[in-house]
Design a binder for this molecule. Structure first.
Ligand code: SAH
Length: 314
């Protein structure tokens, strides 16, 4: 099979998913993917991206081929993460830690990362554990998502060893109840629920499916891209992140770098002002681009320069 040379611009250089997917290799890793192949506009072979089952099977194939994950699955209707973009976040975080590690990317389970709202897929822990050998604490409020992550961990021994799941009992809390002032971790990552209401989440999903070339709306579409609870919270990502920043102050010595994805650029202004209000000692904004979708990570630390220098020795 001849693959047209079309380099996707903008992924982190360490990202394994540069260019087009090697569908042949993916089908041989996960034969079920075969039934979801179709011919694209230019006669090339592609995947029926508008079909949630196809996307789920593609993810299973990618995780098997690139991350050694067997039997990955998530409950129907739950957010199916686009893996290349999720991998980018982890690689940029590795760069951030590198700065204080004599320019060597820190690897191994002594690096401890907390994933806030790991979803049903545990996608960030999977990538961080398999790419860098870090260990993860994953928090989550949704019981169905938690059981799903437990199932995935159970089926993958390496993951199980390096992943701890900490249910967050309150939707209103981010670090409270899951990170104590006595604990020391190196990093937090988060892909926050970004819509402000269930309505907005539904509209977003519909738009996404239409962009993929489906005109008719049906039940499957309502399920596309995530269970409604996953995708929204009161006040949207702005409130979620602002709260995360305020709570991070209460555990400011427990973590070296806090971070989160920010999907709406217009939210940056209030995020920066919240960071200023809690008195962080440094912040970073890291732009990420995957195809036509732009996103960014905002990271902050309360560590002084002296504490940062001492971090490596610890
Ligand atoms: N990390 C996954 C899922 C992101 S969706 C991915 O990138 O694909 C956001 C997740 O945050 C949902 O699973 C939702 O249930 C969870 N969540 C919402 N509020 C939370 C809170 N206060 N603490 C922890 N998780 C929360």
């Amino acid at each position: 099979m001849k693959k047209p040379e079309k380099k996707e611009k903008g992924l982190h250089p360490a990202n394994k998913h540069q260019g087009r997917y090697d569908l042949e290799a993916l089908v041989s890793a996960e034969p079920a993917l075969q039934q979801y192949l179709m011919e694209g506009k230019h006669g090339e072979q592609t995947i029926r991206f508008a079909d949630p089952e196809a996307v789920r099977t593609l993810n299973a194939a990618l995780l098997k081929s690139y991350y050694g994950i067997e039997n990955w699955d998530i409950p129907a209707g739950y957010l199916c993460p686009p893996i290349p973009g999720r991998a980018d976040y982890i690689h940029y975080m590795a760069d951030l830690l590198r700065e204080n590690n004599e320019e060597i990317t820190p690897r191994g389970s002594r690096i401890k990362c907390m994933d806030i709202g790991t979803g049903s897929s545990a996608i960030y822990p999977i990538i961080g554990i398999y790419e860098y050998g870090w260990s993860f604490v994953a928090t989550e409020t949704d019981p169905m998502a938690i059981s799903s992550v437990m199932r995935i961990a159970e089926a993958n021994p390496t993951l199980k060893e390096q992943l701890e799941i900490r249910p967050q009992k309150s939707h209103k809390q981010i670090f409270k109840g899951v990170l104590s002032t006595k604990e020391k971790i190196d990093l937090t990552v988060c892909n926050p629920p970004f819509h402000a209401s269930a309505e907005e989440a539904r509209a977003g999903s519909l738009r996404k499916v239409r962009n993929l070339g489906r005109n008719k709306t049906d039940k499957a579409i309502l399920n596309f891209g995530g269970q409604q609870n996953e995708l929204w919270c009161e006040g949207g990502e702005k409130r979620f992140i602002t709260q995360m920043i305020m709570e991070s102050k209460t555990v400011k010595n427990s973590c070296f770098w806090f971070s989160t994805l920010v999907s709406k650029e217009s939210n940056l202004k209030s995020i920066y002002s919240a960071l200023k209000n809690v008195g962080v000692s440094d912040t970073r904004t890291i732009d990420m681009g995957q195809g036509n979708k732009k996103s960014r990570i905002v990271a902050w630390t309360f560590y002084s320069q002296q504490q940062r220098d001492a971090w490596r020795d610890r």
